[in-house]
Design a protein around this ligand. Structure first.
Ligand SMILES: C[S@@+](CC[C@H](N)C(=O)[O-])C[C@H]1O[C@@H](n2cnc3c(N)ncnc32)[C@H](O)[C@@H]1O
Length: 243
Protein backbone atom coordinates (compact mmCIF):
# COMPACT_ATOMS: atom_id res chain seq x y z
CA UNK A 1 0.00 0.00 0.00
CA UNK A 2 1.48 3.39 -1.02
CA UNK A 3 1.17 6.84 0.48
CA UNK A 4 -0.78 9.89 -0.62
CA UNK A 5 -1.58 13.38 0.63
CA UNK A 6 -4.24 14.50 3.04
CA UNK A 7 -3.70 18.25 2.79
CA UNK A 8 0.03 18.77 3.47
CA UNK A 9 0.31 15.51 5.46
CA UNK A 10 1.59 12.30 3.90
CA UNK A 11 -0.74 9.45 4.87
CA UNK A 12 -1.27 5.79 3.95
CA UNK A 13 -3.52 5.47 0.91
CA UNK A 14 -5.84 3.35 3.01
CA UNK A 15 -6.31 6.18 5.53
CA UNK A 16 -7.20 9.08 3.23
CA UNK A 17 -10.85 8.25 2.45
CA UNK A 18 -11.65 7.99 6.17
CA UNK A 19 -10.01 11.34 6.88
CA UNK A 20 -11.86 12.99 3.98
CA UNK A 21 -15.09 11.46 5.33
CA UNK A 22 -14.34 13.08 8.70
CA UNK A 23 -14.01 16.51 7.04
CA UNK A 24 -17.32 16.25 5.19
CA UNK A 25 -19.17 14.69 8.13
CA UNK A 26 -18.06 17.71 10.10
CA UNK A 27 -18.93 20.41 7.52
CA UNK A 28 -22.16 18.93 6.04
CA UNK A 29 -24.56 21.00 8.21
CA UNK A 30 -22.93 24.30 7.36
CA UNK A 31 -21.65 23.39 3.89
CA UNK A 32 -23.85 25.72 1.81
CA UNK A 33 -23.46 28.71 4.11
CA UNK A 34 -19.69 28.23 4.26
CA UNK A 35 -19.48 27.85 0.48
CA UNK A 36 -21.15 31.23 0.02
CA UNK A 37 -19.06 32.91 2.71
CA UNK A 38 -15.69 31.52 1.71
CA UNK A 39 -16.04 32.04 -2.03
CA UNK A 40 -17.90 35.35 -1.54
CA UNK A 41 -20.67 33.78 -3.62
CA UNK A 42 -18.33 33.02 -6.53
CA UNK A 43 -19.02 29.28 -6.42
CA UNK A 44 -22.49 30.08 -7.82
CA UNK A 45 -20.95 31.77 -10.87
CA UNK A 46 -18.44 28.93 -11.39
CA UNK A 47 -21.27 26.38 -11.27
CA UNK A 48 -23.51 28.49 -13.54
CA UNK A 49 -20.65 28.64 -16.05
CA UNK A 50 -20.25 24.85 -15.84
CA UNK A 51 -23.97 24.35 -16.46
CA UNK A 52 -23.81 26.71 -19.47
CA UNK A 53 -20.83 24.84 -20.94
CA UNK A 54 -22.52 21.46 -20.31
CA UNK A 55 -25.45 22.35 -22.60
CA UNK A 56 -27.51 19.46 -21.23
CA UNK A 57 -30.30 18.59 -23.67
CA UNK A 58 -33.80 17.29 -22.96
CA UNK A 59 -33.66 13.52 -22.45
CA UNK A 60 -29.94 13.34 -21.56
CA UNK A 61 -28.55 10.88 -19.02
CA UNK A 62 -26.34 12.72 -16.54
CA UNK A 63 -24.26 11.48 -13.60
CA UNK A 64 -23.16 14.01 -10.97
CA UNK A 65 -20.34 12.58 -8.84
CA UNK A 66 -19.30 13.94 -5.44
CA UNK A 67 -22.52 15.89 -5.82
CA UNK A 68 -22.77 16.95 -2.18
CA UNK A 69 -25.70 19.25 -1.55
CA UNK A 70 -26.84 19.00 -5.17
CA UNK A 71 -26.21 22.37 -6.86
CA UNK A 72 -25.16 20.92 -10.22
CA UNK A 73 -27.63 18.02 -10.19
CA UNK A 74 -30.51 20.44 -9.60
CA UNK A 75 -29.51 22.68 -12.54
CA UNK A 76 -28.86 19.75 -14.87
CA UNK A 77 -32.26 18.24 -14.06
CA UNK A 78 -34.01 21.42 -15.29
CA UNK A 79 -32.32 21.02 -18.66
CA UNK A 80 -32.69 17.22 -18.95
CA UNK A 81 -36.43 17.45 -18.25
CA UNK A 82 -38.75 14.60 -17.30
CA UNK A 83 -37.54 12.40 -20.17
CA UNK A 84 -33.92 12.68 -19.01
CA UNK A 85 -32.26 11.34 -15.90
CA UNK A 86 -29.83 13.03 -13.51
CA UNK A 87 -28.29 10.80 -10.86
CA UNK A 88 -27.09 12.65 -7.76
CA UNK A 89 -24.28 10.75 -6.00
CA UNK A 90 -21.68 11.16 -3.28
CA UNK A 91 -19.54 8.89 -1.11
CA UNK A 92 -20.57 10.75 2.05
CA UNK A 93 -23.94 9.99 3.61
CA UNK A 94 -24.19 13.27 5.55
CA UNK A 95 -23.52 15.40 2.44
CA UNK A 96 -25.79 13.33 0.23
CA UNK A 97 -28.67 13.34 2.74
CA UNK A 98 -28.33 17.09 3.13
CA UNK A 99 -28.49 17.49 -0.66
CA UNK A 100 -31.41 15.10 -1.07
CA UNK A 101 -33.41 16.89 1.67
CA UNK A 102 -32.68 20.26 0.15
CA UNK A 103 -33.68 19.17 -3.37
CA UNK A 104 -36.81 17.43 -2.08
CA UNK A 105 -37.81 20.62 -0.23
CA UNK A 106 -37.49 22.45 -3.55
CA UNK A 107 -39.65 19.84 -5.30
CA UNK A 108 -36.75 18.31 -7.23
CA UNK A 109 -36.84 14.51 -6.95
CA UNK A 110 -33.73 12.79 -8.29
CA UNK A 111 -32.31 9.30 -7.95
CA UNK A 112 -29.77 9.66 -5.13
CA UNK A 113 -27.02 7.13 -4.65
CA UNK A 114 -24.23 6.68 -2.14
CA UNK A 115 -21.21 5.65 -4.20
CA UNK A 116 -17.46 5.95 -4.56
CA UNK A 117 -16.35 7.63 -7.79
CA UNK A 118 -13.37 5.26 -7.85
CA UNK A 119 -15.64 2.25 -8.32
CA UNK A 120 -18.90 3.14 -10.03
CA UNK A 121 -21.91 0.82 -9.86
CA UNK A 122 -23.05 1.63 -13.42
CA UNK A 123 -22.75 -0.28 -16.68
CA UNK A 124 -20.26 0.84 -19.31
CA UNK A 125 -21.68 3.56 -21.58
CA UNK A 126 -24.62 4.49 -19.30
CA UNK A 127 -24.38 8.31 -19.48
CA UNK A 128 -23.95 11.13 -21.98
CA UNK A 129 -22.50 13.52 -19.38
CA UNK A 130 -20.58 13.03 -16.14
CA UNK A 131 -19.76 15.93 -13.81
CA UNK A 132 -17.63 16.29 -10.71
CA UNK A 133 -17.41 19.67 -8.95
CA UNK A 134 -14.82 20.21 -6.23
CA UNK A 135 -14.65 16.46 -5.68
CA UNK A 136 -11.64 15.12 -7.63
CA UNK A 137 -9.21 16.80 -5.23
CA UNK A 138 -10.53 14.70 -2.37
CA UNK A 139 -10.24 11.32 -4.11
CA UNK A 140 -7.38 8.98 -3.24
CA UNK A 141 -6.92 7.34 -6.64
CA UNK A 142 -7.72 10.15 -9.08
CA UNK A 143 -6.55 8.23 -12.17
CA UNK A 144 -8.82 5.31 -11.23
CA UNK A 145 -11.77 7.68 -10.70
CA UNK A 146 -11.19 9.39 -14.07
CA UNK A 147 -10.99 6.05 -15.82
CA UNK A 148 -14.30 5.00 -14.19
CA UNK A 149 -15.86 8.29 -15.39
CA UNK A 150 -14.65 7.48 -18.89
CA UNK A 151 -15.99 3.92 -18.70
CA UNK A 152 -19.56 4.91 -17.76
CA UNK A 153 -19.76 7.49 -20.58
CA UNK A 154 -21.07 6.64 -24.03
CA UNK A 155 -18.68 7.32 -26.93
CA UNK A 156 -18.90 11.08 -27.61
CA UNK A 157 -19.97 11.71 -23.99
CA UNK A 158 -18.51 14.62 -22.02
CA UNK A 159 -16.82 14.78 -18.63
CA UNK A 160 -16.87 18.11 -16.78
CA UNK A 161 -14.39 18.50 -13.93
CA UNK A 162 -14.75 21.74 -11.97
CA UNK A 163 -11.98 22.08 -9.41
CA UNK A 164 -9.70 24.53 -7.62
CA UNK A 165 -6.52 25.00 -9.60
CA UNK A 166 -3.32 27.04 -9.87
CA UNK A 167 -3.76 30.82 -9.65
CA UNK A 168 -1.89 33.32 -11.80
CA UNK A 169 1.32 34.76 -10.33
CA UNK A 170 -0.26 38.15 -9.60
CA UNK A 171 -2.90 36.56 -7.35
CA UNK A 172 -0.57 34.22 -5.42
CA UNK A 173 0.25 36.46 -2.44
CA UNK A 174 -3.32 37.54 -1.77
CA UNK A 175 -4.64 34.01 -2.32
CA UNK A 176 -2.13 32.50 0.15
CA UNK A 177 -3.03 35.10 2.79
CA UNK A 178 -6.74 34.52 2.25
CA UNK A 179 -6.42 30.72 2.25
CA UNK A 180 -4.16 30.24 5.24
CA UNK A 181 -5.04 33.24 7.45
CA UNK A 182 -8.67 34.07 6.70
CA UNK A 183 -10.33 30.74 5.78
CA UNK A 184 -9.46 28.77 8.95
CA UNK A 185 -10.62 31.74 11.09
CA UNK A 186 -13.97 31.97 9.25
CA UNK A 187 -14.26 28.18 9.62
CA UNK A 188 -13.67 28.50 13.35
CA UNK A 189 -16.14 31.37 13.85
CA UNK A 190 -18.97 30.06 11.72
CA UNK A 191 -18.62 26.29 11.97
CA UNK A 192 -16.34 25.89 15.03
CA UNK A 193 -14.03 23.92 12.76
CA UNK A 194 -10.73 25.50 11.70
CA UNK A 195 -9.13 22.16 10.79
CA UNK A 196 -11.53 21.29 7.95
CA UNK A 197 -10.97 24.68 6.33
CA UNK A 198 -7.20 24.35 6.75
CA UNK A 199 -7.55 21.00 4.92
CA UNK A 200 -9.45 22.82 2.15
CA UNK A 201 -6.58 25.30 1.62
CA UNK A 202 -3.89 22.60 1.82
CA UNK A 203 -5.69 20.16 -0.49
CA UNK A 204 -6.01 22.90 -3.12
CA UNK A 205 -2.24 23.47 -3.03
CA UNK A 206 -1.55 19.73 -3.39
CA UNK A 207 -3.96 19.22 -6.31
CA UNK A 208 -2.42 18.88 -9.80
CA UNK A 209 -2.47 22.10 -11.84
CA UNK A 210 -4.42 22.77 -15.06
CA UNK A 211 -1.88 21.12 -17.38
CA UNK A 212 -1.49 18.05 -15.17
CA UNK A 213 -5.25 17.51 -14.87
CA UNK A 214 -5.53 17.87 -18.66
CA UNK A 215 -2.90 15.20 -19.13
CA UNK A 216 -4.65 12.94 -16.57
CA UNK A 217 -7.89 13.23 -18.59
CA UNK A 218 -6.04 12.28 -21.78
CA UNK A 219 -4.50 9.26 -20.03
CA UNK A 220 -7.96 8.22 -18.79
CA UNK A 221 -9.18 7.99 -22.39
CA UNK A 222 -10.53 11.46 -23.19
CA UNK A 223 -9.34 12.15 -26.74
CA UNK A 224 -10.19 15.85 -26.63
CA UNK A 225 -9.80 18.06 -23.55
CA UNK A 226 -10.54 21.80 -23.20
CA UNK A 227 -9.47 23.84 -20.18
CA UNK A 228 -11.39 26.93 -19.03
CA UNK A 229 -9.54 29.04 -16.46
CA UNK A 230 -11.92 30.92 -14.18
CA UNK A 231 -11.22 33.81 -11.79
CA UNK A 232 -7.51 33.92 -12.53
CA UNK A 233 -7.08 30.17 -12.15
CA UNK A 234 -8.66 29.95 -8.69
CA UNK A 235 -10.84 27.39 -10.41
CA UNK A 236 -10.55 25.51 -13.70
CA UNK A 237 -13.19 23.66 -15.69
CA UNK A 238 -11.83 20.72 -17.68
CA UNK A 239 -14.10 19.35 -20.39
CA UNK A 240 -13.12 15.96 -21.76
CA UNK A 241 -14.77 14.21 -24.68
CA UNK A 242 -14.69 10.41 -24.87
CA UNK A 243 -13.52 9.84 -28.44
C1 LIG B 1 -16.30 20.13 -1.66
S1 LIG B 1 -17.58 18.95 -1.78
C2 LIG B 1 -18.33 19.33 -3.33
C3 LIG B 1 -19.82 19.15 -3.32
C4 LIG B 1 -20.55 19.66 -4.56
N1 LIG B 1 -20.11 18.96 -5.76
C5 LIG B 1 -20.35 21.13 -4.75
O1 LIG B 1 -19.70 21.52 -5.72
O2 LIG B 1 -20.84 21.91 -3.92
C6 LIG B 1 -16.65 17.50 -2.16
C7 LIG B 1 -17.47 16.23 -2.13
O3 LIG B 1 -16.66 15.15 -2.64
C8 LIG B 1 -17.12 13.98 -2.00
N2 LIG B 1 -16.15 12.89 -2.24
C9 LIG B 1 -14.91 12.78 -1.74
N3 LIG B 1 -14.33 11.63 -2.16
C10 LIG B 1 -15.24 11.02 -2.97
C11 LIG B 1 -15.26 9.80 -3.71
N4 LIG B 1 -14.20 8.98 -3.72
N5 LIG B 1 -16.35 9.49 -4.42
C12 LIG B 1 -17.43 10.30 -4.43
N6 LIG B 1 -17.49 11.47 -3.73
C13 LIG B 1 -16.40 11.82 -3.01
C14 LIG B 1 -17.26 14.43 -0.55
O4 LIG B 1 -18.01 13.52 0.21
C15 LIG B 1 -17.90 15.80 -0.72
O5 LIG B 1 -19.30 15.75 -0.64
Amino acid sequence: MGTTHFGFKTVDESAKAGQVRGVFDSVANRYDLMNDLMSLGLHRAWKAYTVAVAEVKVGERVLDLAGGTGDLARSFSRHAGPSGIVVHTDINQAMLARGRDRLTDEGVLLPTLLCDAESLPFATGSFTLVSVAFGLRNMTHKEQALSEMNRVLKPGGRLLVLEFSKVTKSLEKFYDWYSFKVLPKVGQWVASDAASYRYLAESIRMHPDQAQVKSMLHSAGFGHVDVHNLSGGIVALHVGVKC
